[in-house]
Design a protein around this ligand. Structure first.
Ligand code: PGA
Length: 252
């Protein structure tokens, strides 16, 4: 069974105190995970150490950064490197979220460098891809996402490729309350897997592909039931403990 993952993306939300409470509330639910299920918290940089230490005794929970810089180190005031994340015990990092692409000008080639740096530093990247509405409206979403994969992922060796997680997040569904239908999600996930298998063969069957974009407590189970949807990357609903607990429970 491929890993089935519920990943919380807190974005730029919550105070330290609210973050502590949210973690306590989710962990307090004592969710019974199957061996191949995981929950990941992608938290703001200042909360990484807190989250890591809260999860220290937990088996199926992991902490993730929401971003890292695409250079190894140096004079880049305000940025955080993959090496720094590794040095504080962070093992996952979101790479190429559409908000980073849109507001911070991140390109496919910068994201290729971020993937390399994460992997060199033993960090599992959660690589985000997905098309804007204008592309979906013209029906060119498959080619659009394929280009994102080709330009950011396809330089990876087969060994490195097997260490990544992918998140498909149609931009028109992020934070809009408009979720892709199960048909749309499954179709794109199958397309992504087929692009990956053309390049990497059977290894593509082992890579988890998460769906993101208005995943809620009420639609998670249905989305996750699609054969090629291996869980979700969850923004808004991950900020409410009861909702995120239900989303984790919706994993197959
Ligand atoms: P959303 O965000 O669940 O609030 O739509 C998802 C994401 O951006 O990862």
């Amino acid at each position: 069974m491929r890993k089935q993952i519920a990943a919380a993306n807190w974005k730029m939300n919550l105070t330290f105190q609210q973050a502590e409470k949210l973690l306590d509330d989710v962990l307090g639910a004592k969710i019974q995970f199957k061996g191949y299920q995981q929950a990941i918290f992608a938290v703001p940089f200042p909360y990484l150490l807190l989250t890591r230490s809260e999860l220290e005794e937990e088996k199926n929970y992991y902490v993730a950064a929401q971003n890292c810089y695409h250079k190894k180190n140096g004079a880049f005031t305000g940025e955080v490197s993959a090496e720094m994340l590794h040095s504080i015990g962070v093992g996952h990092c979101v790479v190429g979220h559409s908000e980073r692409r849109e507001y911070f000008g991140e390109t496919n080639s910068m994201l290729a460098d971020k993937l390399d740096l994460c992997l060199e530093n033993f960090i599992t990247p959660i690589f985000c891809c997905g098309e804007p509405l204008a592309i979906r409206d013209t029906g060119a979403q498959n080619e659009f996402v394929e280009t994102q994969l080709r330009e950011s992922i396809f330089h990876l060796s087969p060994d490195s490729f097997q260490r990544i997680i992918i998140a498909y997040e149609p931009i028109w569904a992020i934070g809009t309350g408009k979720t892709a239908t199960t048909g749309q999600a499954q179709e794109m996930h199958a397309h992504i897997r087929s692009c990956l298998s053309k390049k990497y063969g059977a290894a593509a069957d082992e890579v988890s592909i998460l769906y993101g974009g208005s995943v809620k407590a009420g639609n998670a189970r249905e989305l996750f039931s699609c054969p090629d949807v291996d869980g979700g990357l969850v923004g808004g609903a991950s900020l409410i403990a009861a909702d995120f607990i239900k989303i984790i429970a919706g994993l197959k």
